[in-house]
Structures are given as structure tokens and as C-alpha cells.
Design a protein around this ligand. Sequence first.
Ligand SMILES: Nc1ncnc2c1ncn2[C@@H]1O[C@H](COP(=O)(O)OP(=O)(O)OP(=O)(O)O)[C@@H](O)[C@H]1O
Ligand SMILES: [Mg+2]
Length: 274
Amino acid sequence: MTAADSYFVDFRDVWLAYNEELLAKNHFAVEAIDLQIRQGEFIAIVGPSGCGKSTFMKLATGLKMPSMGKILIDSKPVTGPLKISGMAFQAPSLLPWRTTVDNVLLPLEIVEPHRSQFKQKRKEYEARARALLQKVGLGGYEDKFPWQLSGGMQQRASICRALIHEPKMLLLDEPFGALDAFTREELWCILRDLQAEQKFNVILVTHDLRESVFLADTVYVMSKSPGRFVVRRDIELPRPRDLEITYTKEFTDIVHELRGHIGAMRKSGAPIQQ
Ligand SMILES: Nc1ncnc2c1ncn2[C@@H]1O[C@H](COP(=O)(O)OP(=O)(O)OP(=O)(O)O)[C@@H](O)[C@H]1O
Ligand SMILES: [Mg+2]
């Protein structure tokens, strides 16, 4: 791929200082980000706490504007918060006074063009929300309240909420961090299947290297101070990937390799490696 406009996400030498004072001191939260994501690509970002992963997410969804450099998404310069993305975070953050299905419907009540059609199309939207909940194994829980669901179930509902408006891009900031290992692996498979079916782009921030290798097409390692992308690793494991793959040597070799990069990076910043 050569033409820049064939990338879905295109960061061109992006730097961000959180305020004028930090900018004057040349104190950047992230710097020199050059990163391109193909249409439908699943990337994962790993790196130490405070290195700038969430900052990158804020840039990718237009919640923050770069101090320097340029960001194109879907071939358009980012000028403000994007409607084409959905987000889910470590804490599920469902509204306790709304049922599961009403939580999932929330973005449709807020984001245009759905917002102005919401009353008219409520039945259709609700059917979509129920179908999605069914798909992630929450059939039968649609009318329960969040506090009646387990942590893993709440996180599934959050993912449905992030996907209900059929975004082109899904941003996940440590969505499975608080879950037990079995539930986490179950959700990996749900995410894998939804993405294979709907082909949205995913940017996943995680501390779990196995998770990044199982799910992503490409894993990026970030360093702290300065917050830069220092390693890019293509994951060429064939798809569809089954959990069994996580026990193979091929898989664990990649996890070890990434672990090595993180260990080395903690001692010194390294140039980007392909
Ligand atoms: N609103 C803010 N104002 C000023 N500095 C900020 C702000 N938000 C984050 N920072 C700083 O930017 C840097 C990157 O923070 P960020 O939240 O992106 O890290 P992270 O990689 O997501 O960390 P974690 O893994 O702990 O979530 C940190 O040094 C942090 O202190
Ligand atoms: Mg963060």
C-alpha cells in the first residue's frame, strides 16, 4: 500500500502536550507518532503505565487535538470528536438505573443521525440491541439492571453499547483488565467473532501480552518518557484463531519476544523496529 489515503487511521508525526505551559517546556505526553492502520485492521498497544496509551486514544477519537502533526481518519483530517468510533473502558460504567438493553441503546439516543430518529425507530433500534446482546451471550439478561449482572456480563454489555451505532472504529482501553482469566478469554473470542463479522477497526490498549497477540494483527509497544511507539510487531498467526493457539510454541515465542522488548525498553528508548 503506497497511497496515504488508503489507510483508515493515519497519524503523521503527532505530538501532544496537555497544556500551553507543558508545551512551552517541550514536555509532551506523546511524541513523534507515525502510525498507519489499514481498513479493518486490529491493532493492540502495550506499554508501561503513564506512557501515553490513553492519550493516544483521545487523539484517535478527536477528544484531544495534537500540538503538532496531523491525524487523518477515514481520509479526513480530525477536527473534533468523532462519531464513527465506539469506546469501552476498564470499568464497564453502565448506568445503574437503566436496564441492560436501555444502556446499550444509550449511544443511539445521543449520537446523530440516530438521535433525531430515536423515537420513530425505537422498535428497530431495540431489536438491534437485543440481537447484539444475544450474540454476546446475554440473551435473557436484556431487562435486568447492571447490578444484577456479573462483572464479565457488564463488560459484554459495554461492548454492545460501544458497537450499537455500528462504528467503523472500536477503541478499547483495557476492557478486560478487571476480569478473571476464564471470563477474559471468553470475551476475547466474542470480540474476535464480532470483528471478523463486522470488520470494524479496533485499537485495543492492554497490559496483557497474550491478549494482544491472540487478538491483534499488529502489536505496538510504547515507551515511557518520552511516550513513543518503539516496536511494531506484525502477528502473522492464521485466522480464525482458536484459544488452543495460545498454547503453541509459535504463540508463546511472540509473547516472549514482546516481553523482551518491554524489558529492554525499560532500560533505554529504542528506535522503531519492524
Ligand atoms: N489531563 C491531563 N493533563 C496533564 N497531563 C496528563 C493528562 N492526562 C494524562 N496526562 C499525562 O500524560 C502522560 C500519559 O498519560 P496516559 O493517561 O495517556 O497514560 P497511559 O499509558 O494510559 O497510562 P495507564 O496505563 O496507567 O492507563 C502521563 O504522564 C500523564 O501524567
Ligand atoms: Mg490509560
